[in-house]
Design a protein. Structure first.
Length: 267
């Protein structure tokens, strides 16, 4: 009997580790990142947390070219055009997926999107090592995604600490109660609850909502994945949730601005 195929998160993180092992860290990367972070603190930053804490339904709208489960999501794909549409539609922030092998992303999109809008920009990638956080600062990210399950043991806390030193806010993603327990033991302020099972790709919005209810007051719960339209947002909003990360529904829309405006109007 053959061994079971590893889930998609394992395959992606293995590929990222291989790339990091094959590519030496550029000389002076950390020093340049810390210098840049210092300059941005003096200039003022765009805060993801502040954007999510504003009144009403708050949506982190995603720029993502493809996914391993759904294939190509939008063709042609123009992240700057999308980001401007999202801003006009009332987005709280923009998430830019930059992983190249599985998602066909490009790191340069972060800077391009940030130049094109006034919104906080989150780099969404599989960040496993501090050098990737240094890159995020130099790319211009205001925030980053940290996936709890991809950062076992003390690594999650270490990455969260380095992100904080660099002035990067972090959306820390959980998939189950064990992830959440680890995250709540750390000073993670923004907690993303992913409704998609990483082994089967099934979506369970009710289960995710039950998990998100365990996020205590004083922290921000963001519902992620599987939100198919206004009905889902209205249902979740009726249950007390008003912060969402939404990609596919917007990316497949003929008019992302109008589609987002419809979601933001839900309450």
């Amino acid at each position: 009997m053959s061994a079971p195929e590893p889930d998609i998160l394992v395959r992606i993180t293995d590929a990222v580790r291989d790339r990091l092992a094959q590519e030496p860290e550029p000389a002076g990367l950390e020093a340049r990142a810390r210098e840049t972070a210092g300059a941005r603190r003096r200039e003022g930053r765009r805060s993801l947390l502040s954007a999510l804490n504003a009144p009403g339904v708050r949506v982190i709208a995603e720029c993502k070219r493809r996914s391993p489960s759904k294939g190509w999501l939008r063709q042609p794909f123009e992240p700057v055009e999308l980001a401007r549409a999202y801003e006009a539609g009332g987005a709280a922030a923009v998430s830019v997926v930059t992983e190249s092998q599985f998602f066909a992303g490009q790191p340069g999109w972060v800077a391009a999107v940030r130049r094109a809008t006034a919104l906080p920009v989150m780099q969404k990638d599989f960040l496993l090592a501090p050098r990737q956080l240094f890159d995020a600062v130099l790319l211009g990210a205001d925030a980053v995604l940290l996936i709890a399950r991809a950062l076992p043991g003390p690594h999650l806390g270490e990455m969260l600490g380095v992100a904080g030193e660099l002035g990067l806010e972090a959306l820390v993603e959980v998939h189950d109660a064990r992830d959440l327990e680890r995250v709540l033991a750390l000073p993670a302020t923004v907690v993303g609850v992913n409704a998609r099972d990483l082994e089967t790709f099934r979506v369970d919005l009710e289960g995710a909502a039950a998990l998100a209810r365990r996020v205590p007051a004083g922290r921000v719960a963001v519902m992620e994945s599987g939100i198919a339209g206004p009905d889902d947002v209205r249902t979740l909003a009726a249950g007390g949730f008003r912060r969402f990360l939404i990609g596919e529904h917007l990316l497949r829309s003929a008019d992302p601005r109008a589609a987002l405006a419809e979601l933001v109007a839900c309450a």
